[in-house]
Design a protein around this ligand. Structure first.
Ligand code: ZN
Length: 161
């Protein structure tokens, strides 16, 4: 079965808490350290599994419900009108951190030259720290500031109830 902790995994590392803005006993919502667009976040399980296929039905349901709440909160907080959800499962599919994570990317009209441009951006990845991109990384302080802002907006907005 799945391991609780993988010491080499950035998503199992305690420092992930700095980027966390919403959580349940099983799942975290974290700010991406190299966002494609403002508000680009990740939803991931606290325990180490590589793919969504390793979750049992109850965990799968919890992850989807939590992701829905996180997405509704982000849309409200950031005044976004659409969103992309992306799961890359397996290296051959572009997964760079082998710990299940759902990309949640809030979208607005005209935010990219073409609405589909986010995918090549997502693919533009190399092994790195939090979610492994060759895109510019946010400084630690910026990441923490953003997570703190979202944490407080989520606490006040009631989206996690
Ligand atoms: Zn992990």
């Amino acid at each position: 079965m799945s391991k609780q902790i993988d010491s080499a995994c950035p998503f199992c590392d305690r420092t992930i808490q700095r980027a966390t803005f919403a959580e349940t006993t099983r799942f975290l919502a974290v700010c991406n350290s190299a966002p494609i667009l403002h508000g680009h976040c990740l939803v991931l399980p606290r325990h180490h599994v590589q793919t969504i296929l390793e979750l049992d039905n109850n965990e799968l349901m919890q992850m989807m419900l939590f992701s829905k709440k996180v997405t509704m909160g982000l849309l409200n907080i950031l005044n976004a009108t659409g969103f992309d959800w992306t799961l890359q499962q397996g290296e051959e599919a572009g997964q760079t951190v082998p710990h299940l994570h759902l990309h949640v990317i809030p979208r607005k009209i005209g935010d990219l030259p073409d609405p589909g441009d986010w995918y090549p951006e997502l693919q533009n990845s190399v092994p790195g720290n939090i979610d492994s991109y060759s895109r510019p990384q946010l400084a630690d302080e910026e990441l923490e500031r953003l997570a703190k802002e979202l944490r407080s907006a989520f606490a006040n907005g009631g989206w996690l109830l």
